[in-house]
Design a protein around this ligand. Structure first.
Ligand code: AMP
Length: 221
């Protein structure tokens, strides 16, 4: 099994090669073709399974194939519970988009908003964000979610534990109803199922056994 056989473009294969990845992990093998097909996903995969690339690579491919609008509207939003996770996901997005004309940014609270605002004003297609700062900047009219095509809720169970349910609902209400939704959660609690029932459209269930390391995850297939 290779990244090429999953249907990824040459620009993305080049970026994957640069990272030194040779084989897609189990979650990548399952998720990448489904995301490319445009399916909604309800996925359980923890950190260490290679889930970030599993989400980001097909997302980048879809965005780079679509119509390229100028100024660039935000077309994909990745919501994360913490600034650490947001920064980590953003670093991955940047690495994998190196050979594409796709811009991305990360915003989170606890730091000055000015540099984040300056980046947003230049236009980005992918925004990685924590819910509070996102709503704050949206309320100030600095960003719009009206052109979102793909929504990713990463570590959704942690976001609910941290009390972000209301924010998530508000954020979703600002997006077009026709969009692709990818919900990642370590557990499928009743609350997560409720969220999925409310916002996902006929989701495909994808599960990857938690592994300590990606190498384990590859061997486990
Ligand atoms: P994640 O589960 O997304 O936090 O990824 C865990 C680690 O695995 C990260 O350091 C990635 O760079 C790495 N990784 C992701 N996909 C692969 C792959 N196919 N082969 C080897 N390492 C990978």
């Amino acid at each position: 099994m290779s990244f090429k056989s999953l249907g990824l473009s040459n620009a993305l294969i080049k970026a994957v090669d640069k990272q030194g990845y040779t084989t897609p992990t189990p979650i990548q093998q399952k998720a990448i073709p489904l995301i490319l097909e445009g399916k909604d996903l309800l996925a359980s995969a923890q950190t260490g399974t290679g889930k970030t690339a599993g989400i980001t690579l097909p997302m980048l491919q879809k965005l780079s194939q679509g119509q390229q609008l100028r100024p660039r509207p935000i077309r994909a939003l990745v919501l994360t519970p913490t600034r650490e996770l947001a920064a980590q996901v953003y670093n991955n997005v940047r690495d994998y988009s190196e050979f594409l004309d796709i811009r991305s940014a990360v915003i989170f609270g606890g730091v000055k908003q000015k540099p984040q605002v300056a980046t947003l004003r230049k236009g980005v297609e992918i925004l990685v964000a924590t819910p509070g700062r996102l709503l704050d900047l949206q309320n100030q009219g600095i960003l719009s979610l009206a052109k979102i095509e793909i929504l990713v809720l990463d570590e959704a169970d942690r976001m609910l534990d941290m009390g972000f349910l209301r924010d998530i609902k508000k954020i979703i209400s600002l997006m077009p109803t026709r969009r692709q939704n990818l919900l990642f959660s370590a557990t499928f609690s009743r609350e997560i199922k409720n969220l999925a029932n409310q916002f996902l459209h006929q989701p495909v269930l994808v599960e990857a056994t938690p592994e300590n390391t990606t190498v384990d995850a590859i061997e486990q297939k």
